[in-house]
Design a binder for this molecule. Structure first.
Ligand code: XMP
Length: 320
């Protein structure tokens, strides 16, 4: 049973000191590795790990082909300013090969998990001689996985999987007692810039969680373009999370006087405190129209843009 630390009881300074000591004790004189995706959780773990281990922690950004526009460069530059070197590992081919032909959400998650932890990470860890992987699992990830709602890609022990036996390295999860609001407080106290600790959540399976059906390079590119528009236009709303989703079904539309059996983008924008419950943000209709206009103009082959108005539950935040 994991002991939750709610944000209102969290003392970030004390928490950081305790976790730094725990990481140092676990890793000893050895080395560790962590994968930075640029999100709040992995960014916070990266700084925590560097405070504990310094150069004995190697930080990599896995370019899986599923990230947001310009993400690798953005992450490298944010962390360079913080004095942390981030190495980019190009694994696009491996991820798209593993995702080929898969349409079921859980199978998609499993393909990403196996590619990430067994193949790509296994290789990096073996080459580096590290025995520990530091990662930013939070309590919400564990809850939903254990409840059988969604298999979050980074949860193992709670499912009876022992990473050391399965993958050959140990996983340390210093944020596991926190939820998103608590992680933001710790990230801020560690010196992350506001653009990072305030960043909206982004799922482990990345844009593959935003494509219903097969995640091909082309379909990911479509949702990536729509995501950039949604994130730009909704940045000032202060909403908990916002996203674009590419649907699998096509619908009849028309362009230049001709029938076009085109694609559908769904926009979601959520108000929430900790992602356990969420309600759609009451966006102004003029904003919805602007979203539609820009998506229809800039994302090829899209003829329909919808806005989700169902709360979580029974919806979930991500569509896959
Ligand atoms: P859901 O979609 O379960 O998401 O309501 C809850 C929060 O967790 C974030 N998140 C993930 N969601 N698979 C998911 O479905 C993942 O691996 C994952 N990682 C993080 C999600 O973006 C939302 O904030």
């Amino acid at each position: 049973m994991i002991q939750e630390i709610p944000a209102r009881k969290l003392n970030p300074k004390k928490f950081i000191a305790e976790k730094v000591a725990e990481i140092q004790q676990a890793v000893g004189e050895g080395r560790a590795i962590n994968a930075l995706s640029g999100g709040v959780d992995s960014s916070t773990v990266t700084l925590l790990g560097h405070r504990a281990l310094g150069k004995r922690l190697k930080t990599v950004f896995i370019e899986n082909g599923l990230m947001r526009e310009g993400e690798a460069q953005r992450v490298v530059s944010v962390f360079r300013k913080l004095g942390v070197k981030v190495e980019i590992v190009d694994a696009r081919k491996e991820f798209f090969t593993a995702l080929k032909g898969i349409t079921d959400p859980e199978e998609k998650r499993e393909a990403i998990t196996q590619t990430f932890y067994r193949h790509v990470f296994g290789r990096i860890v073996r080459a580096s001689g590290a025995r520990f992987l530091l990662q930013g699992t939070i309590l919400t990830d564990v809850d939903e996985t254990v409840a059988g709602i969604k298999r979050q890609h980074n949860v193992f022990e709670q499912l009876g999987i022992h990473p050391e036996e399965a993958f050959g390295y140990r996983i340390l999860e210093p944020l596991i007692q926190l939820r998103k609001d608590g992680v933001r407080m710790v990230g801020r106290a560690l010196g992350l810039p506001a653009e990072t600790f305030k960043r909206i959540p982004f799922p482990g399976p990345a844009l593959a969680a935003r494509v219903i059906g097969e995640a091909t390079p082309e379909r990911i590119e479509t949702v990536r373009k729509a995501t950039a528009i949604v994130e730009r236009l909704l940045a000032k709303t202060g909403a908990f999370q916002y996203m674009a989703i590419l649907h699998e079904d096509r619908v009849t539309g028309m362009r230049d006087g001709r029938r076009q059996f085109g694609q559908q983008i769904e926009v979601r924008c959520w108000d929430s405190v900790d992602a356990r419950k969420a309600t759609p943000t009451r966006l102004a209709f003029a904003m919805l129209e602007k979203l539609a206009r820009e998506i229809l103009r800039a994302v090829p082959d899209v003829v329909s843009v919808t806005y989700n108005i169902a709360p979580k539950p029974p919806s979930t935040i991500e569509a896959v």
